[in-house]
Design a protein around this ligand. Structure first.
Ligand SMILES: CC(C)(COP(=O)(O)OP(=O)(O)OC[C@H]1O[C@@H](n2cnc3c(N)ncnc32)[C@H](O)[C@@H]1OP(=O)(O)O)[C@@H](O)C(=O)NCCC(=O)NCCS
Length: 386
């Protein structure tokens, strides 16, 4: 087993390739790199799909009922608009659209998916899980289906679980779906959070080393629960505060019984630091320098976080894929959404080193390095390409 330079090796999980637990600068971190030809080898991402609701809410729309301005929102976050689910949409319908897009792009039928993992920070049910409902909706075989909660890092946590299940031999084809309807979790009368978030879903299909697609070269998962208070939710009365001019889509606010709370500055500090560190550690895990990373697809929290991290890495901002301007922060759906749009727009080429980095409430983080290989990508956006 490889011993990482700053690491404290504590064990190897059987059949999982190289797995190292180490004391990182922020505490113990779970890291793995896929050993080509080793047990399980590098799993492949075989397909990617994303889905957005059609209702578009611009900053000007928010100006209509919140004490805010397009100038404030754009200069602090880079966000110009976000999508909001309509009354006829729910988490399952968004998740199913992204999953169908993903499977069609990968030319894999739902019957070939043996495991489903869903991530959501805005679940509309405590149980049954979104994954179980999605399994029935898609008509997948009766394999395991479960949800994970790692906030905005959920898609990367899901990909890591998928890799582990495939490498251990428990699963062959794992569908990882991240879906969020934050418009039902934000307090639309709170300008400090309402302007930040949006709705959407993204799905990855993960297969084994013999499958076509993009190879997972390295991954990292971590959490620092000492920062749990920085970003979370709190219970509220079911009666939303109504502001003059509030449009229809805000009527579902607080329908989940909780609203988002955040210490923006603390989250900002954490996000910029962890983003830079994870890119560097993934490059190190894969035996390369950060200059060899072709593209970074970060969690789309806001463009100031991305610009700060890109600067620290000495990257031109173009190396960071971003669609936050048009989607806002879609929590765990943001990475598959940004990657799908970027790849569909021709940003990714065979052999590119593509680094996905997530961070969010918990505080959690996760990173994954892909060697891009030809794979199907589909974007389901009723408004058409950006
Ligand atoms: C949220 C964030 C944009 C706020 O920017 P900031 O520069 O830290 O702003 P502050 O919170 O200090 O607020 C500055 C002022 O703007 C006001 N303000 C807050 N939201 C506003 C809005 N939407 N419109 C206008 N003014 C606003 C505040 O009330 C405050 O006013 P005051 O000085 O009179 O008290 C920034 O902290 C951030 O990006 N944090 C990370 C958030 C994030 O990405 N979270 C999700 C991670 S997964």
């Amino acid at each position: 087993m490889e011993r990482l330079r700053h690491g404290r090796e504590v064990g190897r999980l059987r059949n999982l390739g190289v797995v190292v637990n180490l004391e990182g600068p922020m505490g113990p971190v779970w890291r793995a790199n896929s050993t080509p030809g080793g047990p399980g080898g590098g799993c492949r991402v075989m397909g990617l799909g994303s889905a957005l609701p059609s209702t578009r809410v611009t900053n000007a729309d928010l100006e209509g009922f919140l004490d805010t301005s397009d100038e404030w929102i754009v200069s602090r976050t880079g966000i110009r608009e976000r999508r909001v689910a309509g009354p006829e949409e729910n988490l399952l319908s968004l998740a199913a659209r992204s999953a169908r897009a993903c499977l069609a792009a990968a030319s894999v039928s739902p019957q070939e998916v043996d495991t489903i993992i869903c991530s959501s920070s805005s679940p509309d049910e405590t149980f049954p899980s979104l994954a179980c409902r999605l399994q029935a909706e898609l008509g997948c075989p009766l394999g395991p289906a479960f949800d994970i909660q790692a906030a905005c890092s959920g898609a990367i946590y899901g990909l890591a679980m998928a890799q582990s299940l495939i490498q251990s031999g428990m699963s062959r084809r794992v569908l990882v779906v991240a879906a969020e309807i934050f418009s039902r979790l934000v307090d639309w009368s709170d300008r400090s959070t309402a302007v930040l978030f949006g709705d959407g879903a993204g799905a990855f299909l993960v297969g084994g080393p013999a499958d076509p697609g993009s190879e997972i070269l390295a991954l990292e998962l971590g959490a620092d629960g000492r920062g749990a208070a920085a970003l979370g939710t709190q219970a509220v009365s079911p009666d939303p505060q109504s502001l003059p001019g509030m449009p229809d889509y805000t009527s579902s606010q607080r329908s989940l019984g909780r609203v988002v709370t955040m210490n923006g500055r603390e989250v900002f500090r954490f996000s910029t630091r962890i983003l830079e560190q994870v890119v560097a550690r993934l490059a190190q895990s894969a035996g390369m320098t950060t200059s060899e990373i072709t593209l970074v697809v970060p969690h789309q929290a806001n463009s100031r976080i991305l610009a700060t991290a890109a600067g620290r890495l000495n990257y031109p901002i173009e190396r960071f894929v971003s669609n936050v301007e048009r989607t806002g922060n879609t929590s765990s759906a943001s990475i598959p959404l940004a990657l799908a749009e970027g790849a569909a727009g021709g940003l990714c080429h065979d052999g590119d080193m593509v680094c996905l980095v997530a961070f969010g409430a918990g505080l959690t983080w996760g990173g994954l390095l892909l060697r891009w290989g030809s794979m199907g990508v589909a974007v389901d956006d009723p408004r058409g390409p950006a």
